[in-house]
Ligand binder design. Structure first.
Ligand SMILES: [Zn+2]
Ligand SMILES: [Zn+2]
Length: 160
């Protein structure tokens, strides 16, 4: 996951991203993720623009049932490498790397993109039933007696 500034073709080319990195966002989030896909590189002499959408995959915890599952999410990437390292340029949307020549290590910037795109409350499937709020049973696997209490008792005793 690096970009060799001295060996990039002029104009537009593509680089393959295929690697793993530590995400480390806290409990329930993937420790490490696999990141892969393609980025378009535009070599504009004084700057390099990297653009594209990568795919991240990692083991995460479902917010509803707390089970482990393979979470996938899309990671939009927009990175600019400025060769004028004395610049005070600020781009709000774009990650900036200042480096004149040689190999740029993209690890940290790609991690930042993956963190920004991390889903808010990932669930193992859209139909996940979650855990029973009363007894804690995983409602995807078994049912429990507590569910009866979902019925509104006010209906009971009404004439039929
Ligand atoms: Zn779940
Ligand atoms: Zn229950």
């Amino acid at each position: 996951m690096e970009l060799d500034l001295d060996r990039q073709e002029h104009g537009r080319s593509e680089i393959d991203i295929d690697g793993t990195l530590a995400l480390d966002l806290g409990e329930g989030t993937p420790e490490t993720i696999a990141l892969n896909g393609q980025l378009v590189v535009q070599n504009l002499e004084s700057r390099f623009l990297l653009n594209g959408t990568l795919r991240a995959v990692g083991r995460a915890q479902c917010w509803r049932c707390l089970g482990d599952f393979e979470l996938q999410w899309e990671v939009p990437v927009e990175i600019m490498v400025l060769r004028n390292v004395d610049t005070d340029e600020q781009e709000s949307e774009t990650l900036l790397i200042l480096q004149r020549r040689g190999v740029v290590e993209l690890h940290e910037s790609l991690r930042e993109c993956a963190v920004l795109a991390y889903p808010q409350s990932p669930v193992c499937s859209s139909g996940c039933q979650g855990l029973c709020a009363t007894c804690g049973v995983d409602l995807n696997r078994e049912s429990c007696a507590c569910r009866q209490e979902d019925y509104d008792p006010r209906w009971e005793g009404l004439p039929g």
